[in-house]
Design a protein around this ligand. Sequence first.
Ligand code: ATP
Ligand code: MG
Length: 266
Amino acid sequence: MEKKTKVIAFANNKGGSGKTTSCANIGYSLSVLGRKVLLLDGDMQLNLSLSFFPEDQVLEMAMGGKNLYQAIKKQEELTDYIVPTAYDNLDLIPSSTLMSGIEYELFTRWQREFILKRALKEIKESGQYDYILLDAPPTLGGWVMNILCASDYVVMPVEASPWGLFGVANMFDFLQDVHQLNAELKLLGIAVTKADGRKNYVRQTIEALKQTEGVHVFDQVIRIDSEVEWAQDDSKPILVHRKNSRSAGEYMELAKEIERDVSGNR
Ligand SMILES: Nc1ncnc2c1ncn2[C@@H]1O[C@H](COP(=O)(O)OP(=O)(O)OP(=O)(O)O)[C@@H](O)[C@H]1O
Ligand SMILES: [Mg+2]
């Protein structure tokens, strides 16, 4: 049977909505389930890289010749830019602070919305990964367009707060534009993150999102848990940092839900 790699972007223009935390922990959970996973850090903030490697190593990769920015600039396939993490089944393509200038790099290129898709072609076609997870920055420009044009699915983390909801409409409008170029892209669902279960507001937010036509909200909500920050401080996934924590369980369940959904078993 042909093995098909599924590319999933984590995107939302709202900053701090849980994109990187979700990408890292869902990626790790899938790897624990035995899937081969490649993570791509698409953000100059380097947060996804910092989720798995200590700061000095991340800066070394960011300033060296083998990071996402260098591959895009040199128009090379990303195959040679893959770095193994400390964990089985889980690899990473690191980012660079120079990604701040990526829009400028893309500007004059041929078919500039598909540069990342071309750079990932060899890896995707090799079928060596079950999943490639792309962590997007909190912007809506040519680079995020590239991320979404390289993806089969998008997961949209939304923070369960008043300002978290603000801007969701902008993202939906942007996805309409993406569909002109990548008609196959599917909004897999909204992942509600950083929810404080004690607040009525959170329940109302989730209900409001569920009322949005054509939008699926994942059943598994990720609640606020300070262990998430401790894990990040230690450059470890939450399941490694504290296996029995609430958020470790929630992220594992969300990963299973996402896998069910991409397999068409919703
Ligand atoms: N479940 C959680 N409980 C507590 N804190 C969380 C949780 N999820 C994320 N955070 C914290 O919220 C902040 C934002 O999360 P994260 O970096 O994942 O968001 P982001 O959408 O990737 O941000 P950016 O838009 O800057 O890329 C981080 O400081 C992270 O530690
Ligand atoms: Mg981020």
